[in-house]
Design a binder for this molecule. Structure first.
Ligand code: MN
Ligand code: MN
Length: 474
């Protein structure tokens, strides 16, 4: 006979503490296995950063990795292919996974940018002064100019000759390569310089790269060092001075991405804004598994200078990408295109500022990104009362939060600094013009826009988990 007396579990007493939202560090309550996963993931990320130092190199690296995962360039794909790569002028690209060729529903999209602040060579860059040769540069994006002097620099990019042939250039990365540098004034004579504001202490026009001093045929004459450099470039790469005008040569910090810290919990490298989100988006779409939804990872150019140009998010590049895709499957009509865009869900994946303890004054600690404490969920960006921002709808934020929680991706809310302390924008507002839901979700980093940005490996991994959860559950 069964015992008729039911055992009732004692009722848990109501505790208002359970109502509180508590952030959780990405390093707390993890296992040794989790730690290994985080460290392994960061290994792949460091390789990506080391290989992809320009947007062109990023496009190439993304294509290489995508090909290995079965993606096919749209230039050779047919309607039978479901994993597609699209290249836009070698500076932006798309990975798309097609699971529903009716295109009646929207897409799941994660969009990052692969351009990064740096020094670009001018169109007529080579000159000689005091028997030393230099390249003139014009900086790209927001930088603190004084951070770019007295450090080893590498030259990456392409020179396109008049006949259309392209010369790829990477100098300063191999151990046997020379590097370049921007000199600074010695402290002994810097009395006047030291009085200047940080904005003026190194002027943009002074960001010139030292490249040589041996004269042509070992004889000093007018411009003999410049001639020797031109001679060397012609012999090695086959281009002339006029060819600089159709070149894209970028000066970036030389060397590999490195572990930072005794416990190796950080990654240090130039270009993490925004290649950290780009790498996480790429891995997330690779690993997001079976689905009946269409997915896109889009990698934009020109974000750092306002997202303009035909490969920036403030153009119709996303519309062109989706149009190419639906055409591949024979559904290329305007209604299908515009409706599927409007019904899409988009994570604007760009970095946020991590609290810098030595400059804590500019952050509002309750609502700022804490490095190591998970991916940042940013409902709005902008400045001066949310100006120039896409603000995500609460309904969409709820869906994203639920997806992240499902896979235990650690996340935190984050605003860029105190109210009225400055601000910044992302591509979110341009993408929202299509009518889709857009939310900013990205990694908090330290020393943003510097030659050596620092990210937490825990945040890197949680960014990946969050993007993957978005592709899995939205
Ligand atoms: Mn960015
Ligand atoms: Mn940036």
């Amino acid at each position: 006979m069964a015992d008729t007396k039911k055992k009732v579990a004692p009722k848990k007493e109501f505790d208002p503490k359970d109502l509180c939202y508590s952030k959780k560090s990405g390093w707390s309550e993890i296992t040794e296995k989790n730690l290994k996963e985080i460290m392994d993931f960061a290994g792949g990320y460091k390789e990506f950063l080391t290989k992809a130092k320009t947007e062109r190199e990023a496009v190439k690296t993304i294509y290489e990795q995508a090909k290995a995962k079965g993606y096919k360039c749209i230039c050779e794909a047919t309607a039978k292919d479901k994993k597609i790569f699209i290249n836009f002028d070698n500076v932006a690209c798309v990975l798309a996974e097609i699971n529903d060729t009716s295109f009646k529903n929207g897409w799941l999209m994660v969009g990052s940018h692969i351009d990064t602040p740096r020094l670009d060579l001018k169109g007529y860059p080579l000159y000689e002064k005091e028997d030393m040769a230099y390249f003139k540069t014009h900086y790209y994006g927001g930088i603190k100019k004084y951070q770019w002097v007295t450090r080893p620099l590498a030259l990456h990019g392409v020179v396109v000759k008049e006949d259309g042939t392209t010369v790829d250039i990477v100098i300063g990365e191999d151990d046997n390569d020379p590097v370049f540098t921007v000199n600074d004034l010695l402290i002994h004579l810097a009395q006047e310089q030291m009085e200047k504001s940080a904005r003026k202490v190194i002027e943009g026009e002074n960001l010139n790269i030292l490249i040589g001093s041996i004269p042509y045929k070992f004889k000093y004459d007018k411009d003999s060092v410049k001639l020797a450099i031109l001679d060397m470039l012609y012999k090695k790469y086959g281009f002339k001075e006029e060819d600089f005008v159709s070149a894209e040569l970028q000066v970036v910090p030389a060397g590999k991405a490195r572990d930072v810290g005794l416990d190796r919990s950080f990654v240090g490298s130039h270009g993490q804004d925004d290649r950290i989100c780009a790498y996480c988006a790429m891995q997330a779409i690779f690993d997001s598994g079976k689905s009946n939804q269409n997915k896109i990872a889009m990698f934009f150019d020109k974000e750092e200078i306002g997202s303009k140009g035909n490969a920036g998010a403030n153009s119709n590049i996303l519309e062109r990408a989706v149009n190419k895709l639906i055409n591949l499957y024979g559904k290329g009509d305007y209604n299908t295109l515009i409706n599927s865009l409007a019904d899409s869900k988009f994570l604007s994946s760009d970095v946020n500022a991590g609290i810098e303890p030595e400059w804590a004054g500019v952050f509002e600690p309750m609502n700022a990104g804490k490095v190591g404490w998970g991916v940042c969920l940013t409902k709005f960006t902008g400045a001066g009362g949310k100006g120039n921002s896409n603000e995500a709808h609460a309904e969409f934020v709820a869906k994203c939060r639920a997806a992240f929680n499902k896979d235990n991706a650690r996340w935190q809310t984050a605003e860029l600094g105190k109210v009225d302390c400055g601000g910044g924008g992302t591509i979110a507002m341009f993408i929202a013009e299509y009518g889709m839901d857009v939310l900013d979700v990205g990694t908090a980093i330290l020393s943003m826009h510097s030659p050596f940005e620092v990210s937490s490996k825990a945040d890197l991994y949680n960014t990946y988990l969050a993007y993957r959860a978005f592709y899995k559950y939205l």
